[in-house]
Design a protein around this ligand. Sequence first.
Ligand code: BES
Ligand code: MN
Ligand code: ZN
Length: 507
Amino acid sequence: MDFQLKTLSTAQAANEKTDALIVLFAESGSTESLSKSIRSDALAALMEDARKAGDLPAKAGKLLALYRPAGVTSPRVLLASTGDGSANAVRTAVVAAVQAAKVQAPKRLTIVFAQEATASAVRAAVLAAADASYVYTTTKPKADARSIRQLVLGVPDAKALSSAFAEASATVAGIELAKEWGNRPGNHSTPTLLAGAAQELGRLPRIQCEVLGPKEVTKLGMGSFAAVAQGSSEPLRFIVLRYQGAAKSAAPVVLVGKGITFDTGGVSLKPAAEMDEMKFDMCGAASVLGVFRTLAELKPEINVVGLIPSCENMNDGKALKPGDVVTSLSGQTIEVLNTDAEGRLILCDALSYAERFAPAAVIDIATLTGACVIALGGVRSGLFSSDDSLAAALSAAGEQSQDPCWRLPLDDEYGEGLKSNFADVANIAGRAGGAITAAKFLQRFTSAFPWAHLDIAGTAWKSGAAKGSTGRPVGLLVSYLLARAASAGAPAEAAPRKAARKARATT
Ligand code: BES
Ligand code: MN
Ligand code: ZN
């Protein structure tokens, strides 16, 4: 889809050639002052009349649909309330309006801000419009016929918002790549195909990609990862992506994404109901691919490494069995009490591998536990970290990007259930606190660096009628990395030095 930012007053928007026009306006304040200057035009008059007549409540997401209103070129107009006009409310309004507009399958859609357009509101509008208009077509090509071809975002001053818009569009590209790979069925997204997608990314500026196969992984000593893969006839892949945006000497942030392209549970087989959704078990990996896609476009000054252990969790004569003991890359032996707790078995070896990059921070992203879905539902991802400042930075990035997470504890007592009589550690504890005990297992492999874990089991995809990947947490991760890149250039220190650096930057 072609997405563009344009300077448009409401008067100009009324003359836009478009199939449908969405007009965003807040309940008061900014609208009042804006409407003084635009009162004379048709759209402004419509908004005022609708409000006065009580036909459009001020609550964010409320809509009033008009057909061929006088003085407006677009045949369809949706007046959309944005409540207090905040970024969150803009998101709600844009999702509701685009979903309503989609019914008529418009080819060209225009969204105009008839209210203040802050950078965060514009970002929210771009992400929400992209999200609501996204169509998956890879194994359903006919769906493309209903897709929106062009989306114009009209704001009072396009120039002032161009960098916010560029950041948001690049984030959309990353989110859509993550959605694409998440949504693909398991037979269209094998470890080999996923590695192919990573290699494609390796052709973009500043990105390199290396892919290891079963022999290399076994030789490295990743006995835990290799054990999960051994029940499948699809060969495993270990993907190493590098984005270099800063000096070679700058310590990278390492992102580790769980890439189980299908999780049957293995010998500890899952129940049949909804098992199809375990094609989404590589959404952590997909989010890492998505982040690299965005990085290539925005080129921030930071180094990032992406590690993706990818395989299927299947069930055959060679499959891993409950009670088997495997040796991880760290040297720790692991008793596999449940083959369905496979995510942690592939992640632990990737986490040990991360040590070789002497990372500034390591963040793993995984659809790790059903328990996290019970704890936090589909609203916030679970955040676990042994480092308070990393946790705070990720929490803030989540709020800023409207891709929120919530920190859960890592007290050592939670790790006690992982004790084993036959190995250094077991791969499961009891049912209680399952998201936390999984994180405690991972933590054993992270002593060499600041570490955080995002459990995205509840947030990476939606079930039911809207079944599909959300592309989360690409927004959160991009926001975190951009903030980190910005502060690496200017660490939080005394103001004079910052000013000096600014002066240098402008010469
Ligand atoms: N991929 C699943 C986690 C999952 C389950 C995500 C349902 C979303 C919805 C993971 O590999 C898994 O099976 N975890 C087990 C762990 C248990 C055996 C300790 C779980 O959560 O049931
Ligand atoms: Mn599993
Ligand atoms: Zn899994």
